[in-house]
Design a protein around this ligand. Structure first.
Ligand SMILES: NC(=O)c1ccc[n+]([C@@H]2O[C@H](COP(=O)([O-])OP(=O)(O)OC[C@H]3O[C@@H](n4cnc5c(N)ncnc54)[C@H](OP(=O)(O)O)[C@@H]3O)[C@@H](O)[C@H]2O)c1
Length: 320
């Protein structure tokens, strides 16, 4: 039987379990995709950490799992196995990227046809399955901060999944990029066109030294007080600071807040519109999707432990 991985309770990665489920069928406007690679993102472990939802003990399914438990896996790539009656231009056997989607930690996913894009032949499965969540987030952040040619942008968290995309996209837009990362990741950031600086005490001084011309915009992908404080100190126009991480201090700082929480801009249209261009860039090799490690689907808990512990630069990916 097809498998899914889902949390059985709120908690740490040991709550993840592999469960057999019936084979899914396509809705009239949708498809079924056999998953070949599913991207892992920090939101996946945050969803069952208990920080977003209260446990609903009153509504449990036959397996004793609360109905409120989230499905995991917001992006994947795979092969179409079933096509809904109203869908045109998509065929069984097509290799596709699926984003956005839910429950992609699975052998099969269902998705509306609007969520699929053809996978470029030269793009590997792991890369294809982990391109679009971080890629579209980086596009949104750079757009919100108004980053373009001639800007000098500070990228906090440059070696993360979103940061590696943000550096490449900003560089391609002919902005100068200063990016924070641990020292061990500096060679990679330089390769991608950024000037790396270590985060930590004295960050503002190091950024000033790296960019004597000044910083015109910042994207905060790190979520630390330091990232907020240094951005406020160095960027004159607060509307050119965009953060993808929420915090009470950020909510009142006059900066752009991007995401799905209260008061944040989800940017659904700009993210959806960015998908085709990101796939084309990745397919041509102009945009590198850096994969740190792959794990069998059944080892999703190990992937999450790796993510929570801090890992090498690039994406963690599940392979069913
Ligand atoms: N709002 C949205 O739409 C949205 C979308 C995607 C992600 N997010 C959120 O954005 C954050 C980043 O996501 P991601 O996928 O890029 O995560 P990731 O791949 O896990 O990367 C996190 C990065 O944070 C860096 N880091 C650790 N401690 C730091 C510090 N004190 N200062 C600066 N950087 C530090 C690490 O760099 P080193 O290894 O070099 O130390 C690491 O590369 C997560 O919190 C995620 O939930 C939000």
């Amino acid at each position: 039987m097809p498998r899914i991985v889902r949390p059985t309770a709120y908690g740490t990665p040991d709550v993840l379990a592999v469960t057999d489920v019936p084979a899914p069928h396509a809705a009239a406007n949708g498809v079924v995709v056999e998953v070949r690679a599913a991207g892992v993102n920090p939101i996946d472990w945050k969803l069952y950490s208990g920080s977003f939802h209260a446990v609903d003990d009153d509504h449990k399914d036959a397996a004793g799992i609360a109905a409120s438990m989230p499905a995991l896996g917001l992006e994947c790539a795979g092969v179409v196995t079933e096509v809904g009656a109203e869908v045109t231009g998509v065929h069984v056997g097509d290799e596709v990227i699926v984003y956005p989607v839910t429950a992609a930690y699975a052998d099969y996913v269902t998705a509306p046809a609007t969520a699929i894009l053809p996978k470029p032949a030269g793009l590997g499965w792991a890369e294809a399955g982990s391109l679009l969540l971080t890629g579209t987030t980086a596009v949104h952040a750079l757009h919100a901060a108004g980053v373009g040619a001639g800007d000098t942008v500070l990228v906090h968290g440059g070696s993360g999944g979103v940061g590696l995309m943000g550096i490449q996209l900003a560089t391609a837009a002919r902005a100068t990029v200063i990016a924070t990362a641990a020292e061990r990741n500096h060679a990679l950031l330089r390769e991608l066109g950024a000037t790396p600086v270590v985060y930590g005490p004295g960050l503002a001084g190091r950024v000033r030294a790296a960019a004597p011309q000044g910083i015109s915009a910042a994207i905060d992908l790190a979520g630390t007080d330091e990232a907020l404080d240094v951005s406020l100190e160095l960027v004159a126009d607060r509307t050119r600071i965009a953060s993808i991480t929420g915090s009470p201090r950020r909510a009142t700082a006059g900066i752009k807040l991007l995401g799905y929480g209260p008061g944040q801009d989800a940017g659904a249209e700009i993210r959806a519109a960015a998908r085709a261009d990101l796939v084309a860039r990745a397919g041509s090799g102009a945009l590198r999707v850096i994969v740190d490690a792959t794990f069998p689907l059944a080892d999703a808990a190990k992937a999450h432990e790796t993510g929570l512990a801090g890992h090498g630069p690039g994406k963690l990916v599940l392979i069913p």
